[in-house]
Design a protein around this ligand. Structure first.
Ligand code: NAD
Ligand code: ZN
Length: 355
């Protein structure tokens, strides 16, 4: 058995609005059906910042340890957890969906994220901004052998979510997709999954760093939303026949594009809503939407099968999105940059070495 300490470093908020405090807290013991994961790396998702800021209508637990892109090793498990579910020493991911009941009508249809009694990592239960996190043995993602835990950590939310969104859109190889918020964490991974799925990518975001990152990842066009005077015209012009992209994947953190996408999506096209800006509304002109038979659909993380598929794309070497690694203690700087929209790709936190 690995040596499990009784105390560990964590980033904790005591109240909505923060601050996040780097401090020592007790290590929890896994209960029935649970595993204890020694987190090695955790990506920082904009959802974590929404949680700190109290942006959403559902309250978080308090005090709260955020984080839901935790990659690590199983070090302990509840007495009832058997090897066929999860092994000690296995590399696993602690995802947003920490647990679901697996018996409600939604879980039975593999819509586990729609579970009526879910546990959400870094929101309703403590997440991955700590050295040892608890998760349901049946819900941890199984990380294939040989996969680097730092680079894979953003896949555990951002990757799974955009992969699922692309599947939900129904786009086929050879078609085009506009990714709105393409320079951020979800957006950069969406570009990679879209490429791997044989799609043409129109990346929409702002600034030279995000533009050159997107071009290096092989986008077919980059549109700077801050420089464009007519986004609808520019997005349509970026497609071969000028009719607009077959799908739009909305992963931006501002409301405006959620009210523009239906205008530039192609007739019969699909708008997939993923980003969750505070107090935002989706808007579409009824007349044009009807005459174009536009489909607008939301998409929320992914189920266990989506997670396994997204990780398999990564394990096959098809997904490489830029990330920067900093220490767990530097989380406040990451939030500061994220708030200012200054992160191209993802930041990944490295947990402190054992003392
Ligand atoms: P991020 O901060 O890394 O990236 C957001 C990007 O949006 C930034 O690059 C920013 O420049 C860009 N942006 C801002 N305004 C824009 C505009 N008008 N047009 C185009 N781009 C614009 O954030 P992230 O971690 O990628 O998360 C994105 C959003 O997705 C968050 O709201 C997060 O909570 C949400 N999310 C949803 C799900 C889900 O299941 N639906 C899962 C994970 C995250
Ligand atoms: Zn997330």
């Amino acid at each position: 058995m690995p040596n499990i300490p009784t105390e560990q470093w964590a980033q904790v908020i005591e109240k909505v609005g923060g601050p996040v405090e780097y401090k020592k807290i007790p290590v929890a013991k896994p209960g029935p059906g649970e595993v204890l994961v020694n987190i090695k790396y955790s990506g920082v998702c904009h959802t974590d910042l929404h949680a700190v800021n109290g942006d959403w209508p559902i309250p978080t637990k308090l005090p709260l340890v955020g984080g839901h892109e935790g990659a690590g090793i199983v070090v302990a498990r509840g007495d009832d957890v058997t090897d066929d579910v999860c092994k000690i020493g296995e590399a696993v991911g602690v995802k947003w969906l920490n647990d679901s009941c697996l018996s409600c009508t939604f879980c039975q249809q593999a819509d586990e994220p729609l579970c009526l009694t879910p546990k959400l990592s870094g929101y309703t239960v403590d997440g991955s901004f700590q050295q040892y996190a608890i998760a349901s043995a049946k819900h941890v993602a199984h990380i294939p052998d040989g996969v680097p835990l730092d680079e894979v950590s953003p896949v555990l939310c951002a990757g799974i979510t955009v992969y699922k969104g692309l599947k939900e859109s129904g786009v086929r190889p050879g078609q085009s997709v506009a990714i709105v918020g393409a320079g951020g964490g979800l957006g950069s991974l969406a570009q990679q999954y879209a490429k791997a799925m044989g799609l043409k990518v129109i990346a929409i975001d702002s600034g030279e760093e995000k533009k050159s990152m997107s071009e290096k990842m092989g986008c077919d066009a980059f549109i700077d939303f801050a420089k464009s005077s007519d986004i609808t015209k520019d997005v349509r012009a970026a497609t071969n026949d000028g009719l607009g992209p077959h799908a739009v994947i909305l992963v931006a953190v501002n409301e405006k594009p959620f009210q523009q996408a239906a205008e530039y999506v192609r007739p019969r096209g699909t708008v997939i809503v993923i980003g969750l800006p505070a107090n935002a509304y989706i808007r579409a002109p009824v007349f044009e939407s009807v005459l174009k038979m536009v489909r607008i659909q939301a998409s929320y993380v992914g189920n266990r099968q989506d997670s396994a598929e997204a990780l398999d794309f990564f394990a096959r070497g098809l997904i490489h999105a830029p990330f920067k690694t900093v220490d767990l203690k530097d989380l406040p700087d990451v939030y500061e940059k994220m708030h200012k929209g200054q992160i191209a790709g993802r930041y990944v936190l490295k947990m402190p070495d054992p003392e």
